[in-house]
Design a protein around this ligand. Structure first.
Ligand code: ATP
Ligand code: ZN
Length: 210
């Protein structure tokens, strides 16, 4: 029988819940922090520990058959994968935020303004749908400090509690997308018996939590 591969985040906000979900599915594996691959002893499955940004492409390209990753990362990488199951953790929203004292009050006020983000594809699509032309400044992290440094007029970033925005003198202004962790699969594999078996286990774990 073919051994499936599932990619999960190696460390970060989704790691612990992803490992817990797989363990609750009855899968036995060592959660070695140092190794990239862990075999599952009681199911034909290997677990790949990766940076979340790499997961959608690995699944699209068939290097991994399955993956657990935030919807925000899937949308941003614009890959072709099957959504198999929403997982109910890793919930957050991608929001546009502005400084507390900003004169940006409506979406139209964003015209001609600079918006810093690590999500240029999602933001670009959103602005286009709203007929707004802004200067999207793609940066790789610490987006929330960019207005204070004079690098942007607004930001577009992931928010869960809003604490990071607040402590940087920013207020949420518009919702771009809401996101949670999802189980994805490559187009070819989604129908296979093994994958169906895993999805059923995941669904019963989620039902037991309700
Ligand atoms: P990696 O090292 O794997 O690239 P990362 O730093 O890009 O990790 P994390 O900060 O661990 O990513 O976030 C992983 C995912 O957790 C996000 O893509 C998002 O789906 C989800 N998430 C939930 N709440 C938040 C939040 N407040 N801020 C950022 N991401 C969040
Ligand atoms: Zn990442």
């Amino acid at each position: 029988m073919k051994t499936l591969k599932i990619a999960i985040q190696k460390s970060g906000r989704l790691n612990e819940k992803s490992v817990e979900l797989l363990k609750n599915c009855g899968l036995n594996f060592e959660n070695y922090k140092s190794s990239l691959i862990s075999p599952v002893s009681n199911f034909p499955l290997e677990i790949l520990f990766l940076r979340d940004d790499d997961i959608p492409e690995y699944v699209q390209d068939g290097i991994a058959d399955l993956g657990i990753v935030g919807e925000n990362v899937i949308q941003e990488t614009e890959v072709e994968v099957s959504y198999l199951q929403r997982l109910g953790f890793g919930k957050c929203s991608l929001k546009i935020a502005v400084p507390n004292n900003s004169d940006i009050n409506t979406l139209a006020d964003l015209n001609g303004k600079a918006i810093a983000t690590t999500y240029p594809a999602i933001l670009g699509k959103f602005l286009k749908e709203q007929n707004i032309t802004s200067d999207i400044r793609t940066i790789s992290g610490s987006v929330e400090i960019s207005p204070g440094l004079g690098l942007s007029d607004a930001i577009c970033d992931l928010v869960s509690t809003g604490g990071t925005l607040k402590s940087n003198g920013l207020k949420p202004f518009a919702d771009v997308m809401s996101s949670e962790a999802v189980l994805i699969g490559s187009k070819e594999i989604a129908e296979s018996d093994l994958v169906q078996e895993l999805i059923q286990r995941v669904q019963s774990v989620l039902r037991a939590k309700e």
